[in-house]
Write a protein that binds this ligand. Sequence first.
Ligand SMILES: [Fe+2]
Ligand SMILES: [Fe+2]
Length: 301
Amino acid sequence: MDKIMWNEKFNIGVDVVDTAHAGIFRMVGKLMELVEYQPDCQEACKESIKFLEDYTMIHFSQEEAYMRSIEYKGYGKHKKHHDDFRDITLVSQKEHLELSDYSPVAVRRFVGVLIGWLTGHIMTEDQAITGNIETRQIYDETPDTTVISNAVNQAMGDIFHLKAELISPVYNGGSIRKGYYYRLCYHMEDGGEMQLLLAMEEQLARRGVGMMLGLASMQKPELVKDAALQILKQFFHHMGKMFKSDANYKICKEEILSRHEFREDFMTRYSTNLLYETRLGYFIFCSRKRMEGKESLSYTG
Ligand SMILES: [Fe+2]
Ligand SMILES: [Fe+2]
């Protein structure tokens, strides 16, 4: 297995935060080694996960203290991300771990979710603390594909550090090479429901998942599958912040699909169907919004 090291390129420039991010990823790397190379590692994994959890919670409180010290205006929303991770994501992952008695499958899944969540969070929320990325609410809610397309492009740059070129605003459902497929569903605050159908080619997902660990590409497909889902959830959230309404929404369903399920779902018609090319492969973004049974073409409003 490649040596795992925090990629300093992703430092935000605040010592206490950068040291903790490096520490968390070092521990994640150790946990990965443990589950790969040590048979019967349940007890050791349990201990290591507990330690990692405690360390992450201390990191959250230190990062929150730093935000308060600079009177960071995004403090409340940022803290909510930390709280949701602790109270929702972590709780459900720990249930899986306990139920399976810390089986290697459940530990690998935990590692995937953790890497994905941290990557998405650090690249968007944490980088914003010191102004390394700036997300301004620049877009009006509109059915205009160009606007949605620009927001996708910006999120791709911020999170994956890649340039994405829109090669079709009317993607036709054609199959991509080997990839990962997802469907996310959100309840919007206006009572509507937003559904996203997303796909990423393999190399693109592997690079996104590997980058914080200093890897050019993450080689474990199962881990990439879980991690990329977490990154994409934050991708969408990050896009949402670019819209003037900055609407509140809550995820109600998240699914990992097979290529076949993706194709079948695509046939149910989405109002926005975008196909992007990056140097590491294609990215597909389809969305639709439903207002109490009827479909609306707009992104959020
Ligand atoms: Fe944070
Ligand atoms: Fe952080």
